[in-house]
Design a protein around this ligand. Structure first.
Ligand code: 1PR
Length: 535
């Protein structure tokens, strides 16, 4: 039998629930995994973190008899917490690759966010809860930011109104949580929502543990702009995995020793940035293009350790591509990505391989479905796939000089050029390709990218601000979120990028590693500049 500190977890194997496991364990609870429908019916307390697509989840639940066990468990009003897809599956049906029937517990249809008016989809990031029903679970959470990542949602209706415990505004007001008796479900990710999320999870695991929580002083109202800390990771010449930092992508010291710069240990820095208030942490395995990441076990170990302490989203990139090792064993890019997810990544990021996929797509106009980008986004959902772009600015006299999209630059080039295009590179900036950042961004959006991490080699490590021209061009061209990266040197650079472009997030590395500007100072500056952020 299960003790007071044991919770039953329904993991039907369709994706990554490591983050939920880590958060439950961090709160001091043991996990018992559901093996059969009987385990559901017998559970004292059941957590159901839905992952993957609605249809494939329902297939598994129906085939295994778990769908009926869930209905029975819920009908008996047993303690239940659904997360993300675990909320959506309670409804009648979903339009995701459907219509597909759901568990039918709550009236309503799950539909895609409407991006026809320029709304950025997926809805990724920290958005504000508006509590509509008093529940112990969400006590003190009114007007707090929690982390969402999804493309589908349910709208309130007369038929489901009495179930709703909170709504959230994104395009429309959608249902962010439901609560009825002991049945609770949330569209956001408590396991990735920092301290607020952990206390929600704790209240479910141990009811009445919150006492009386004081409501937030500052009420959030909409999707927050994110501040992301990035750790470029590689082995130094001694073979230790270190956080390094480039100067226009050159990570070696300019002294005679030419050593790889060492700015600290990956797990230590990631945990520190979480505590300091980073909204997300990214690891880039910057030599992944030549060192196969599944051979690079220390990187997987870094992810495992970081995900036990960091309760905001973790992204990892580097080396995601098909690979044949020295023994002739073939690994698909999907296997590489799966290993990253299993080790604790919430999103993976693809650099070089996405450039090749975009080039092929633009040449033939055909989506083969075979690129790493397409395969991973089909299995894990596009919200889990970031494409990292490493462009270099190329000045031109006139827009007609190149077959790529140019911008009129804010600062003229060395020979008075008024225009520039941004040439994509692969292999960590080492090789240039005949494709621009604009063309790449649009192509990868089409191929299933859920987000774009937009670097700029010219600005990297310079501390002179983000490349506004580049970020504006790309963030106006796509309807998926764009993360501005490279060049942050002062708090003003963050407000500038959010005021002048459609970027959803800003990423920095050097200033955080060198402790020049703390994350908190960036957040305070943004609040004062009228930019909504999670505090
Ligand atoms: O091509 O799929 O193996 O992915 C490789 C990944 O590694 C890509 O995401 C690529 O951007 C990254 N990468 C490769 N080489 C380097 C390098 O620096 N030599 N790092 C590199 C990219 C850029 C940002 C950096 C920002 C902010 N680094 O990650 O953190 O520019 O820096 P700043 O705030 O200090 O200016 P694949």
């Amino acid at each position: 039998s299960s003790g007071a500190n044991t919770v039953t977890l329904l993991d039907y194997g369709a994706g990554n629930v490591r983050s939920v496991r880590n958060a439950i364990r961090y709160l001091g609870f043991d996990i018992r995994d559901v093996q059969s429908p009987e385990d559901i019916v017998a559970a004292e307390r059941l957590v159901f973190p839905g992952v993957g697509a609605f249809g494939s989840a329902m297939d598994v639940l129906n085939r295994t008899g778990m769908a009926n066990a869930l209905r029975e468990y819920i009908q008996r009003d047993r303690p239940f917490l659904g997360i993300c897809l675990g909320l959506q599956l309670l409804f009648d049906s979903s339009e995701e690759n459907g219509p597909v029937s759901g568990l039918g517990v709550i009236p309503g249809v799950v539909r895609r966010f409407d991006s026809s008016n320029g709304l950025i989809v997926p809805h990724i990031g920290w958005n504000a809860l508006q509590i509509t029903k008093d529940t112990p679970l969400l006590q003190g959470a009114d007007g707090q930011h929690v982390y969402f990542v999804h493309s589908y949602r349910v709208l309130p209706s007369d038929a489901n109104r009495n179930w709703i415990s909170s709504i959230c505004n994104y395009g429309d007001s959608f249902i962010s949580s439901i609560s009825m008796g002991n049945i609770q479900a949330v569209q956001f990710h408590p396991e990735k929502s920092g301290a607020t999320g952990l206390s929600i999870l704790k209240e479910f695991l141990r009811p009445n543990s919150l006492g009386t929580k004081v409501p937030a002083r500052r009420k959030a109202s909409k999707l927050a702009k994110r501040v992301i800390a990035c750790l470029d990771v590689r082995s130094n010449d001694k073979g230790d995995l270190v956080v390094t930092k480039g100067d226009q992508y050159d990570v070696r010291d300019h002294t005679s020793s030419k050593e790889v710069r060492n700015l600290g240990k990956p797990v230590d820095l990631a945990s520190q940035y979480y505590i300091d208030g980073a909204d997300e942490v990214s690891f880039l395995n910057i030599t992944g293009f030549r060192d196969f990441p599944l051979g690079d076990l220390p990187m997987l170990e870094v992810l495992r350790c970081a995900s036990e302490k960091v309760f905001v989203p973790l992204t990892v990139g580097g080396g995601i591509r098909d690979f044949t090792d020295a023994n002739g064993r073939y690994y698909s890019s999907l296997e590489v990505a799966s290993e990253y997810f299993r080790s604790g990544a919430d999103k993976i990021s693809i650099g070089s391989d996405a450039v090749y996929a975009a080039e092929a797509f633009l040449q033939t106009g055909v989506k083969t479905g075979k690129s790493s980008l397409e395969q991973i986004s089909r299995v894990y959902g596009n919200q889990a796939v970031v494409v990292s772009i490493d462009p270099r600015r190329v000045y031109v006299k006139s827009q007609e000089d190149v077959p790529f999209k140019t911008v009129k630059v804010s600062t003229k080039g060395p020979s008075g050029e008024e225009y520039a295009w941004y040439q994509c590179t692969v292999n960590g900036g080492r090789d240039s390709r005949a494709i621009g950042a604009y063309e790449l961004a649009k192509a990868v959006e089409e191929l299933g990218a859920g987000e774009i991490l937009l670097n700029c080699i010219d600005c990297d490590g310079q501390g002179c601000g983000f490349d506004i021209d580049l970020v504006k061009m790309v963030s106006d061209a796509v309807t998926i979120p764009v993360i501005a990266s490279s060049g942050a040197g002062a708090v003003q650079h963050f407000s500038e990028i959010f005021e002048k472009t459609n970027a959803s997030a800003a990423l920095a590395a050097g200033i955080f590693h060198r402790k020049e500007v703390p994350i908190l100072a960036v957040k305070e500056h943004l609040v004062n500049a009228g930019v909504e952020v999670r505090v």
